[in-house]
Design a protein around this ligand. Sequence first.
Ligand SMILES: *Cc1c(COP(=O)(O)O)cnc(C)c1O
Length: 305
Amino acid sequence: MADSMVNLEDISTDSLNLPIFREKKLEVSVLRLDKIHPEISGNKWFKLKYYLETARMWHKKRLISFGGPYSNHIVALACAAKAKGFSSTGFIRGEKPAQLSPSLLAAHEYGMGLEFLSRERFRMKEEPSFLLALQKQYPEALIIPEGGCTEPGIRGAEEILSFSDISSYSHICCAVGTGATLAGIANASNPAQKITGISVLRGTMGFEPLRTSWINDPEKLYRINLIHDYHFGGYAKKSAALLNFMNEVYEVSGIPTDFVYTAKLLYGIADLAWIDYFPKESRVLIIHSGGLAGNLSLPSGTLHF
Ligand SMILES: *Cc1c(COP(=O)(O)O)cnc(C)c1O
């Protein structure tokens, strides 16, 4: 598939020299997937790639998926669908708001049809009876699960690490929503590399929301650690401390983060460094999964970038 839609050659591995990392003798780098596209950002492009290819192979005309009103996945899908000549429909959780969120406005501008589902109906979206009825209504459509967390999405995420020379890293860290990105990264990691995921959802435990069946080698499960302490109150919740931290990271490194995923990831990693979670001399690779457009929902002036 031609990848002219995104600028993969812009992906860089930048060093992140926060004082706490220097103090703890850690070498920390950031794999900048955020640089590939302002909207099909980061991990979403990797997760969508093989769904788009499937749709093309099956001569589908439309892409359908699901998401909340602030979903990066929905915007990425709308943008990718337009670029590849598909129609698209997004089923959005909840009643239609009086004013569309920046994400939904962007999706609408890319030509996506938006359908609002009550929370009860939205919860049924993985049930075969619901999906069968939907497929019947849209026979020309490929239905993509929310967050792209089936095989094609994980396969796409497995390609993320090929954009850096990962051989020297002891730890690889990423933000976790559905866990599909982390699964792809774990599958592509080298033996002995430790994989740390920071969950951005409240109330997850253990490997949740990751499914162990997504991991290709059961031995790898021993090297995966999900941390549930940095959701800042739940999905898309934030505090003044988090927003100040984002500004500080940007001032020190020039790396912008988003408040829903990557700021919580970086904050978690800095905090974990403080409690010596990473042994001295560890080399840590952080995956910047993008999502910067999500910051548009913050009052202007909150961030210094
Ligand atoms: C969607 C998203 C994630 C979460 O990815 P999952 O594969 O669902 O775990 C992480 N970071 C950003 C910026 C995202 O938009």
